[in-house]
Design a protein around this ligand. Sequence first.
Ligand code: AMP
Length: 119
Amino acid sequence: MKNCIFCKIIEKTLPAKIIFENKDFLAFHDINPKARFHVLVVPKKHISSLESLKKEDREVIGQVFFVIQKIAKKLRLNKKGYKIAINVGKKAGQLVDHLHFHFLAGWKTKHQLENQKIP
Ligand code: AMP
């Protein structure tokens, strides 16, 4: 899709720190990470949001969880844990109109924040 940042990254006309690629997905580090690990898992097909998903996309999108497992293993986070998030629509914070899954890990827990010594 013309003027789509993620399509440009998929086409490799825009640089990104790619950590995984297969026929249907590309995963790369978020340019503005919200956690120590912040990877975006993006289907190569331009689907503008979760709300635009069609039944015909079911097979490809169903693979995403296995792609996520591979990324977690690669980052050695499969045992430590991680969070997956999808923003759907502008009001939910979706800035890029190309479906993507946020893979997040390595932030401080509430317990760590509460017990942190203030210098
Ligand atoms: P969302 O707000 O759910 O649409 O998420 C879009 C994400 O894309 C944000 O976390 C941005 O920091 C990230 N982002 C935008 N442009 C780039 C880029 N060129 N390379 C990597 N991440 C990007």
